[in-house]
Design a protein around this ligand. Sequence first.
Ligand SMILES: Nc1cc(-c2ccc3ccn(Cc4ccccc4)c3c2)n[nH]1
Length: 243
Amino acid sequence: MRLDVVSIFPEYLAPLELSLIGKARTDGLLDLHVHGLRDYTSDRHRTVDDTPYGGGAGMVMKAEPWALALGDIAAQVPARRPTLIVPSPAGEVFNQKLAYELAEEEHLVFACGRYEGIDERVLEWAAEQFTVRPVSLGDYVLNGGEVAVLAMVEAIGRLIPGVVGNPESLIEESHSDGLLEYPVYTKPSTWRGRDIPEVLLSGNHGKIAKFRREHQLRRTAARRPDLIAALDVSHFSKTERNV
Ligand SMILES: Nc1cc(-c2ccc3ccn(Cc4ccccc4)c3c2)n[nH]1
């Protein structure tokens, strides 16, 4: 997968050189390029923003540098129609389902806005050669798109085959089956007077699976009842429907 990120703070994306995503890049599983938007300006001050039409506080990102940057990227990779992800408070909310969907794409481009956002005409112009998707990280306000891109690239990148060492770990984690994950424990079995659930020492894999499933259901019901409501009844066994 090819990924391009455009930002006025390219150094903000440095964490993507670390850990699993960094290794995936050196292994050639992810082809990630970060671009500085100011490289697509032509004035002495490398201007990327201006005052908003209609008035109001703050500044808006000018369209031309974005069109030059995105046009350059699209020309570099004559792939199938790239998907342009535009982090925005006004976007569809990112979740594991969208992460899986985007992990299937050949080429993702991320446009990190700042200030009060990007001139809307950029998204209209980009729709000619990109599939444009405004995406929110959640219902809270950030100062720009970079943090959202770090989160999305990690969530998407780890789903690419070969990035995560043991693909089985992708199956049991939170949200992969619509439920939150069960509690996990490791040595020592007694820690500061606290024991782990005895069943986990039993070696009885059926009982352990049952314990874990029950705790997924309890944890999800307690912390995220909205996820329970969203699940189809076929997701639950007959006994679980009465939990
Ligand atoms: N989930 C989520 C995403 C964002 C986000 C994404 C990109 C940008 C670019 C500028 N801002 C600042 C901003 C704050 C409020 C209203 C308009 C712009 C951004 C915020 N906030 N929260």
